[in-house]
Design a protein around this ligand. Structure first.
Ligand code: SF4
Length: 76
């Protein structure tokens, strides 16, 4: 389970976030490309935009379930 006290830098405010357990596997960026982005310099992923509609919300939930290290959290 993701830790909301251990969020990676860059994440925008809101329900979804990524914590430091991210291994930069790219899965969430493929599943929810509108909402997750890679920090190219540091090699991790962060939430660049909270979901704006039901489709994006579902994509973020799918990404959260797929994440191999459970690094994605939802405080919504
Ligand atoms: S799916 Fe999880 S481990 Fe993979 S890039 Fe996204 S947050 Fe990181």
């Amino acid at each position: 389970m993701a830790d909301n006290t251990d969020k990676v830098e860059d994440s925008v405010e809101g329900a979804f976030y990524v914590d430091s357990n991210c291994i930069d596997c790219d899965l969430c960026r493929q599943t929810a490309p509108e909402n997750f982005e890679r920090n190219e310099d540091e090699g991790y992923t962060f939430v660049n935009k909270q979901p704006a509609d039901d489709d994006e919300e579902q994509a973020c939930r799918d990404a959260m379930e797929e994440c191999p290290t459970e690094a994605i959290g939802d405080d919504g």
